[in-house]
Design a binder for this molecule. Sequence first.
Ligand code: ZN
Length: 343
Amino acid sequence: MKAAVFFECGGAEKIQLAEIDTPQIQPDQLLLAVKAAALNHLDLWVLAGPAGEGAKFPGCGGADMAGVVVEVGSAVSGFAVNDRVLVNPNLSCGRCAQCIAGEESLCPDYDILTGGFAEYAAVAANKAMKIPDHLSFTDAAAVPLVFQTAWRALISQAKIRPGEDVLILGASGGVASAAIQIAKLSGANVIAVTSSPEKMTQAKALGADEAVNRLEGDFWGAIREWSGGRGVDVVVENVGAATWAGSIDSLKKGGRLVTYGRTTGRIGETNISTLFWNQLHLIGSTMSNQREFSEVMNLIFQGKLQPVIDSVYPLSEASAAYARLKSGRQFGKVVIQVGQDAG
Ligand code: ZN
């Protein structure tokens, strides 16, 4: 089968179209003819190396995928050939205490599926979800990782409530553009921080009540002014080093900061005096459990949350898709169409 792969770590130029073996399914798996798969920052990190973050060659990215079932494992029930599905890319052992408790993203063996940038993929049937006819494969591939991450961060971890002020950093990112919608659906007031006038307009179009350009001065000053000097209830972080200290300064007393990423670097300065005196909560979050995944996917299927797609590339131009994400100029998801009929 054809796949977009890399044989050594590096930049987008390392991605090339190649023939690799079509996967064989296990009894509990489905074989998908992939129709569309979306990029995540994870794909850039794995491609860049260092070894240890999954350098295995040929490497094939693509955690988010949607397609058509072409083969059903002997132990699988509830799926048939020709079913249209998307896939929850969470991988967990299924046997440990966390998995049994339904908290599989806390599993010690937790990992993330890859392999969507290929014509076929073997996926666990219990992680596949049928999609409604009105949802295109391109839209379906754009949602699993980012919407479950945003849902867990805001709903389960930060526990946002109606009427709260929620500051969302890096608002053009896939998770953040999902988070804007989820916060609005939850009745929060949303302030988006982003890095260009165009992205400010796009964040408002998604529902943000206010937008701030972090490259035009200290955004936390603007946030304090906006909130009448109090600061906000919740900050949703993924920018990391460039904004971490300002994010902490944007919180009101008792506020919560939830982070799911660190695009600009993994080390941030924390003013410990601010942390204890203001009784702040710093919360880490990553992908969701299956229950949260189903909840947020159903809201997408009902049209209450919308996929946000920046651009779509054919599999043969996967290298350009990686370059687009790496550029940071995108707003929303960069998607690769694998089949001819991904619509
Ligand atoms: Zn487990």
